[in-house]
Design a protein around this ligand. Sequence first.
Ligand code: C5P
Length: 412
Amino acid sequence: MSLQGKHIVLGITGSIAAYKSAVLIRLLVKKGAEVQVVITPAGKEFITPVTLSALSGRPVISEFFAAGNGSWHSHVELGLWANLMIVAPATAATIGKMANGIADNMLITTYLSMKAPVFVAPAMDLDRYRHISTQRNIEKLKSDGVQVIDAAEGELASHLEGKGRMEEPENIVSLLERFFAAGNDLCKKKILITAGPTYERIDPVRFIGNFSSGKMGFALAEECASRGAETILITGPTALPATHPNIRRVDVESANEMYDAALKIFPQTDAAIFSAAVADYRPEQMSGEKIKRSGKEKFALSLIPNPDIAASLGKIKKPGQLTVGFALETNNEESNAMKKMEEKNFDCIVLNSLNDKGAGFGHDTNKITLLFRDGGKQPYTLKSKGEAAKDIIDAVFSPTLSYPIRSNIKIP
Ligand code: C5P
């Protein structure tokens, strides 16, 4: 059922394994998916567009322009239409072009415009597969967030035995089914994430800040983006990069700036995750000049409260909008976190305790417990922040999860 109605862009390249693409299309269509084939010029030497369009029920796209009337094939529209793109079979040449952005055919331009998650299923002779340049390009694709379906071992078209066979269509389909069933598809969703610390200026050279690194929020943004969500990352000052093309980064400095940016964006979003460590107070007045040390007398700074971004947005939250907060606690962790969830109208709160080694500010790891509105509780072991981000997004968006959080969000 998880492939029902899904829009799949199937890229086909010049490999003898292109005959398997015909089976792949049939299986995907049988499961209710809509398949749009984009084939490279070399691919057409191995399988005809007539076969592919008959099986997919859609004209096959290969050129930038339709030969007859010169109309343009929009790779941008395909990038927005798809829930997933898979290149199967993917040759060494196409993998190399994808890894390096060499957009000299319709398939690569489509890849560069793709908002949805991308898979590749390599197929090539064993020497080409294990060649250092192919392996380097595969690693590059993986680090770009592409999911690589490892080639299988066996007899190759050259009659040599080894690794390089395209994975069987049945296995690819079951992998994609599991991918969608696990809530991995966040295409067409717009998600707001706040991250990092805020800086509250005292004078032109000093501020009140905190030790938040922004790593957890950035990991969450990368995770949402790689699942196809249009992700808006509002971040306080941090040197971290946000690399995924689905992330729109908004840099702010103070809590007030973060509040203004979040308030503007929140109404159009499907979900918001508040991971920023927002300063609770700011100096009542910012001195226009550097404050001088005048003597030994005490120096008092008058502080006024900052807006609570999460609580304010919790008040204007619409049905169907999902909000997730964080609680970093030192004592009475669970009851404090539950209280926070109520006060700020969260659907789920991520609790991390400063008492856990390796959890919280600055670390590359985190040990989290998810608490849900109905009292549901899901503890996790110490993991990298990237892994913890996967757990959070899985739990919050998984259609198979039994928590009532499901009632608040519409999964396509
Ligand atoms: O600071 P506190 O523990 O109350 O933070 C809990 C949650 O509220 C976090 O998700 C944090 O990002 C959010 N928050 C906020 N604006 C504030 C304070 C906290 O959005 N001014």
